[in-house]
Write a protein that binds this ligand. Structure first.
Ligand code: NAD
Length: 447
């Protein structure tokens, strides 16, 4: 599963060959380690006149232990450039972006961060709506131009939700978002009042129970590890055939194993019983279990269509209904889906899979108001190319394309998906509802 090409580019011979032939040089991404400084260098904070986030941001960055500069300083290598664009109410004022970023964009350090904050265009009208929508073109392009593993995001913050941005800023600025770039995140007013910072940012999930399906390997095992690291008791679920690997994960993270085929007709009931009787309910549900049965539509047997739809979508809806109807999911609970780039862009040979993964996005859209009524949220990640057993099966040349055709020129790691899920699960993310964030290194597919 190792990216041998990337390893080669870090050797003296590899450096020589790639520079002579003009080949891609995938940067080594800074990834989260407990105790590491929040940023590699100071954050430069700017704002368009009359921005409504500037003061909150200064306070939040300060609380996160980030050195904040309000003026650029010659010779500084920035860990992040953060710009409050909520004051931009007319397209003419978009010039503010140029004025702030142009002089300093070259000074963003390796794995540095660009974050622009705006107002959700759909909540404003006229020229302000146009100007706010225009921000997307900026952050997505900057993500493609940045070098050395730096990333760029746009965060739309509804008026009234200013205080609910802390968990999102911490996630985006930290090394936890290493493989997330070119994304647009919305923070709404629903849930913004309950977005309290956790008592301990290193253990935000203390006292929470988290169910992770498909947890015996790959991305699911990484999700179990990261949620446990953040303090949750993890109920790790997988099919009985994966029982051995599932026990190994549970022994590592100190959770509970549950052998269950999620598509069984009695699975929702058995799950509800287990969670209620053994754990008094559940706070976080991560629908990670997923399968592929690839064939072009003309050659696809019925069984391949049915099994993929059943595991990747239909069984998840049945579980959600049961856990919500019987109030097994606590108030303020989180449901997190795992979609895919194939669900956004489509993919040859994956009509069944793409339907199921686009359906997960539908599940998020449909579920958001229902969860908000219970002070909860539902969101999804859409992984791009992630180095797992699933992607190791892809033929070499296609695999190489999958890895390199992204702004970060490499595949992501399971932990990158897991960290994004942990951000959704954080109690301070209660105003992050109805989002689908791609964890794809800004993959060019479906961009
Ligand atoms: P994987 O095949 O390594 O792991 C999936 C797990 O789900 C397995 O442990 C499997 O036993 C379990 N599972 C399958 N059917 C089940 C059922 N009926 N009941 C309970 N458990 C079941 O895959 P992965 O690469 O770790 O992918 C995890 C998720 O991420 C999947 O939903 C996948 O579609 C999605 N995804 C992966 C990638 C990638 O690049 N690897 C990209 C996009 C999306």
């Amino acid at each position: 599963m190792a990216d041998k090409y990337q390893q080669f580019t870090t050797t003296p011979l590899g450096k020589f060959v790639t520079s002579k032939l003009g080949l891609p040089k995938p940067p080594v991404l800074r990834r989260y380690r407990p105790g590491q400084p929040p940023l590699d260098g100071p954050a430069l904070l700017g704002a368009a006149p009359n921005g409504r986030l500037e003061k909150t941001l200064t306070r939040q960055l300060d609380a996160a232990g980030i050195d904040v500069l309000r003026e650029s300083k010659e010779g500084t290598r920035y860990g992040a450039l953060v710009f409050d664009a909520t004051g931009i109410t007319d397209p003419v004022q978009l010039r503010e972006l140029y004025d702030f970023f142009h002089p300093v964009i070259r000074e963003v350090g390796p794995s540095g961060r660009v974050v622009v904050l705006g107002t959700p265009p759909e909540l404003v009208e006229g020229r302000e709506r146009i100007a706010q929508r225009a921000l997307e073109g900026f952050t997505r392009t900057v993500g493609k131009e940045l070098k050395r593993g730096a990333t760029s995001q746009l965060v739309y913050v509804a008026e009234g939700a200013e205080e609910a941005t802390e968990s999102t800023m911490r996630f985006l600025l930290s090394a936890k978002s290493a493989f997330v770039s070119g994304q647009v995140i919305r923070i709404g007013t629903a849930g913004s009042k309950t977005a309290q910072p956790p008592a301990n940012w290193d253990k935000p999930l203390d006292g929470k129970v988290a169910l992770v399906t498909g947890a015996s390997r790959g991305i699911g095992a990484a999700i179990a590890e990261v949620l446990a690291r953040d303090g949750a008791h993890v109920v790790a679920l997988d099919i009985p055939a994966q029982g051995g690997e599932l026990s190994a994960v549970v022994n590592r993270v100190g959770g509970t194993a549950l052998q269950l085929d999620i598509t069984a007709s009695d699975a929702p009931q058995r799950l509800a019983d287990h969670l209620t009787q053994r754990h008094g309910g559940v706070d976080i549900v991560v629908h990670n279990a997923g399968i592929t049965r690839d064939k072009t539509l003309a050659k696809m047997p019925e069984s391949a269509w049915d099994s993929v739809l059943s595991v990747n979508l239909v069984s998840q809806l049945a579980v959600n209904d049961k856990l919500l109807d019987d109030k097994v999911l606590h108030e303020g609970g989180r449901i997190i889906g795992v979609s895919s780039m194939a669900g956004i862009a489509g993919n040859v040979g994956q009509s069944n899979y793409a339907v199921s993964k686009a359906g997960v996005i539908g599940m998020v859209n449909d579920g958001a108001p229902r969860l908000a009524e219970r002070k909860g949220t539902i969101n999804a990640v859409a992984p791009g190319f992630i180095e797992t057993q699933m992607t190791a099966q892809i033929p070499l040349m296609i695999r190489e394309f999958g890895r390199r055709l992204s702004s970060l020129a490499q595949g992501g790691l399971p932990v990158d998906v897991a960290e994004t899920i942990a951000w959704y699960a954080n109690p301070a993310s209660s105003a992050v509802n109805g989002n689908v964030v791609r964890v794809c290194g800004q993959g060019f597919l479906g961009a």
